[in-house]
Design a binder for this molecule. Sequence first.
Ligand code: DX5
Length: 233
Amino acid sequence: MSRPVMIAPSVLPADFSRLGEEVAALEAAGVDLIQWDVMDGQFVPNLTFGPDVIASTRDRCTLPFEAHLMVLTPDAMAKDYVEAGCSRLIVHAEAVTHLHRTLGAIADLGASPAVALNPATPASAVTHVLDLVDLVLVMTVNPGFGGQDYLPTMESKVAEVRRMLVDAGRSDDVHVEVDGGIGPDTVAGAAAAGANVLVAGSSLFRDPEGLEHAVSDLRSRAEAARGGTTARA
Ligand code: DX5
């Protein structure tokens, strides 16, 4: 598990009337990248950020942006989100017919391709695309909303994906990310299982001691759980 611990805030719980200030505050609080939860109201029952919203904040933060595309048509949307300033696009294996082709098309756009797995989707769904991605996202909630309870049963899938990457000789090149219900009480289990990129929304924004404390606390708990190293993106 040599990939560094990275904290990736979801801006889903942020103040949408001040997104520019919010991403700047997240950078100041010490996060490693920003995750945009893109939802189309079809793949998941919620509607969120279009590319123009993301583009409007791009110059307010120097960190990488990744778009978590919880949408039914990622092939049609990919170019717009790359042009909006997202350097990684995460597509759901469940949303596309030709995942291998979709990931290759994202790479052709100059972005880092990544794949997400819903809780019921087996790790085996990514067996034949591990050579195409720089990140595998194991969802630890059913996608669509923030503030849901963490699914500890996903830890075995995190460990399985990490093992698959080791067996494929890709463990030093591919991040394992978790998203959903990640906070002080759940991050250790996910990190110990093999996750190194930790997406958190509610637990960061609701910390009474503020964002910087929340980010630092989450990072130290993850590092302690895996005894690993950490690095800013
Ligand atoms: C689910 C979303 C959430 C969000 C973070 O579709 O992807 O997981 O990023 O949610 P919480 O508030 O649980 O950290």
